[in-house]
Design a protein around this ligand. Structure first.
Ligand SMILES: NC(=O)c1ccc[n+]([C@@H]2O[C@H](COP(=O)([O-])OP(=O)(O)OC[C@H]3O[C@@H](n4cnc5c(N)ncnc54)[C@H](OP(=O)(O)O)[C@@H]3O)[C@@H](O)[C@H]2O)c1
Length: 262
């Protein structure tokens, strides 16, 4: 199936690793021009090296999503390199784990700034380009926690619903401009971050990494976690020409993990 996004310009945030990097790769494979960004120069260089093997046009920018001036820089560099933007994929790192008694006011402010405010700023910064041409796709990465909270993830459980409410409302404002606005909510996905969390659990419990992973996998209906590519393909479909009448939705990609009907 031709997804019809060859030559489109996609900005993929928090993309030096994990799901963001897989999304960048999937866009390159579809022939889109891709801008990747993250805070760490070395991580970005490594990602660039890997993604260049796919071919296509790729540009990288050092960006801390918590900083307004960095988001401005991302726009300037994107326009300088590719002249426009068509697709915005909103992703950020974290949030840190913990329950109510484990997080302080600084953690709440940080998660607001990096995970929600960055999305608002990115859209404000790029939206005129999409409005002008009456074509755009905005997709935010949330989490299965929008359907069912996960214990010990109070920051994620809270902020993801804020993002979902924001995106749903925004979809109404942007529909007349032919700009679609959707969320993708992954379940457990085998990224470097999840590997590190499992390694940490293995150390703490004296078990092997494989043992911890086996035990975790048992709890999922498909008896495994997602590969980042399985999240990326849904993102790319939502960004495609074929998904032109899908807006204001959350697509859950959790292997059946959330026990709810919708
Ligand atoms: N993996 C899962 O099971 C899962 C499930 C549901 C939801 N999620 C959510 O999906 C998102 C990505 O998860 P992941 O597993 O792909 O994580 P990951 O492998 O740790 O990747 C996180 C990416 O975010 C970048 N980043 C972090 N903070 C940033 C900032 N302030 N500004 C710019 N870039 C930043 C990191 O790059 P630098 O370090 O180079 O900045 C890295 O490229 C997270 O919000 C996570 O909570 C993950």
């Amino acid at each position: 199936m031709d997804l019809g996004i060859r030559g489109r310009v996609a900005v993929v945030t928090a993309s030096s690793k994990g799901i963001g990097k897989a999304v960048a790769k999937a866009f390159l494979e579809e022939g889109a021009k891709v801008v990747i960004c993250s805070r760490n120069k070395e991580n970005l260089l490594k990602a660039e090296e890997e993604l260049k093997r796919v071919g296509g046009e790729l540009h990288k920018v050092e960006v801390d999503l918590g900083k307004k001036e960095d988001i401005e820089k991302l726009k300037e560099e994107t326009l300088k390199e590719f002249g426009t933007i068509d697709i915005l994929f909103l992703n950020a790192g974290g949030p840190k784990p913990g329950g109510f008694f484990d997080v302080d006011e600084g953690d709440w402010e940080h998660v607001f700034k990096v995970n929600l405010m960055s999305a608002i700023r990115l859209i404000k910064t790029f939206i005129d380009e999409m409005k002008k041409k009456k074509w755009g796709r905005i997709i935010a990465l949330t989490s299965v926690t929008v359907k069912q909270p996960i214990r010990n993830l109070i920051l994620s459980n809270s902020i993801r619903l804020g993002i979902t409410g924001f995106m749903k409302t925004l979809s109404l404002d942007l529909a007349p401009y032919n700009i679609t606005v959707n969320c993708v909510a992954p379940g457990y996905t085998m990224t470097e971050r999840v590997k590190e969390l499992l390694e940490d659990e293995a150390k703490r419990t004296g078990k092997s990494f494989e043992e911890v992973l086996r035990e975790k996998n048992k709890s999922f209906p498909m008896k495994r976690m997602a590969d980042p590519e399985e999240i990326a393909s849904v993102v790319v479909f939502l960004a495609s020409e074929k998904a032109s009448y899908i807006t204001g939705q959350t697509v859950t990609v959790d292997g059946g993990m959330s026990l709810c009907y919708f």
